[in-house]
Structure formats: C-alpha cells, structure tokens
Design a protein around this ligand. Structure first.
Ligand SMILES: [Zn+2]
Length: 208
C-alpha cells in the first residue's frame, strides 16, 4: 500500500505534495508553491510573487507553505501582507492553502475569513486548546512525526475528526507508514480505512 505524504521536501517522494524550494522550478509530480515567511526578502517582494505566479502549473495542488512565524526576523506587518496576497492567489486559482504557523495561531485564524478554499495547518504539534479552536474554524490539521512520540499530540489526533486530517513527513526522514499505523491505532480503524479517508480528504480539498 502507498501512503500519501501531505507535505514534504523530498524531490524523490512522488506520492504526496512536494513543497518546492523558493526560486526553483516545479517538478512533473504534485507540488505546492508559496513564499515561506523565512524566505521573504522585503526589497524584492514583486519578483518573489512573479516567481510564484508564473510557476503554477496543473501539477500544483496547493499554495504554501505560507503563513506567519513569530521566530523569523521579518516584521509582522510585512508577513501579514505577504500571507494575505497568497490567500488571494489561492482564492483566485481555487487551490487549497498549506499554512506554516509558529506562535501566531490566533492571527492565522483571523485571516481564515479571507480564504475561500480549504486551509490546512501543516506540522501541527501544539496544544489541545489551539487544535480545538482551529477545528472550530474549519481548518484541517496535518500531523507529522511528533505523533509517534508525544502522548498529548496523540490525544489531539484521537479528538480530531478523521475527515479533517492529513499526515506528512515534512523535513523528517522516516517511513510515513509508521505514522499511518500509529494513527490507525489511535483512531481504532484499519490502515486501509485510514488510507482511503485521507484520499477522500484530498479530493474534498481539491474541490474547494
Ligand atoms: Zn515544510
């Protein structure tokens, strides 16, 4: 069985969404494209957007990762402007948004109102309370390797509706099957059922 990797950075992983590096050319396989807060260069924002907009092909499954990050030195206001512009691109081209968020969840929730497509928080590993608020606001959560070790995150996975989740490797090197097995155990369903559900979720977000 093949397991869909919702967000990763590995060119050779073909079954999933490859998040392309800033400034590179998209592959023939499914990918996401966006301006990560850490990659923002304040004096060439227009060039950054022209790279983004000119590289949206039919293999582009999502805009992102983009979002807000309190740990990068780019001023918050600028991060917000660039985030908003990417939300508007996602609306226009009708593709979902993959969000990178560090300690700015409530700001991201307030931006959600502008988004017309599905919005997925990738690499979710924060607190139950934040997960609940995100789910209440109709976000999807994508979980990664941390689920294998963190009991509190396992509890969050138990409480996240199956039709609101994805699974990913991101930058980590491990077999995503391990994560699928862990989650199928936490949810009390078979690997096949989980796999099917994730693919259904993928269809749902593709169709807005
Ligand atoms: Zn990533």
């Amino acid at each position: 069985m093949d397991f869909f990797d919702f967000h990763h950075h590995k060119k050779n992983t073909l079954y999933g969404i490859y998040n392309i590096d800033f400034g590179t050319v998209p592959p023939e396989s499914p990918y996401s494209i966006g301006i990560h807060p850490k990659d923002i260069t304040v004096d060439s924002v227009e060039e950054q957007f022209s790279w983004l907009e000119s590289n949206i092909t039919e293999n582009c499954l999502a805009i992102g990762e983009c979002g807000l990050d309190s740990m990068v030195p780019i001023p918050q206001k600028i991060q917000e402007q660039i985030f908003l512009r990417q939300i508007l691109i996602s609306n226009e081209i009708k593709k979902p948004l993959i969000i990178h968020c560090v300690r700015k969840f409530y700001e991201v929730i307030s931006f959600k109102k502008k988004a017309r497509q599905a919005v997925i928080i990738h690499g979710f590993n924060k607190k139950e309370r934040i997960a609940e608020d995100l789910l209440k606001n109709n976000f999807y959560l994508s979980f990664g390797k941390a689920v294998l070790y963190h009991l509190s995150l396992q509890e969050i996975v138990r409480n996240t509706p199956l039709d609101k989740m994805f699974l990913e490797t991101d930058n980590e090197c491990f077999n995503i099957e391990e994560l699928y097995s862990k989650v199928s155990e936490l949810k009390g369903i078979s690997l096949e059922q989980l796999n099917e559900q994730i693919l259904e979720n993928l269809d749902t977000i593709k169709n807005g």
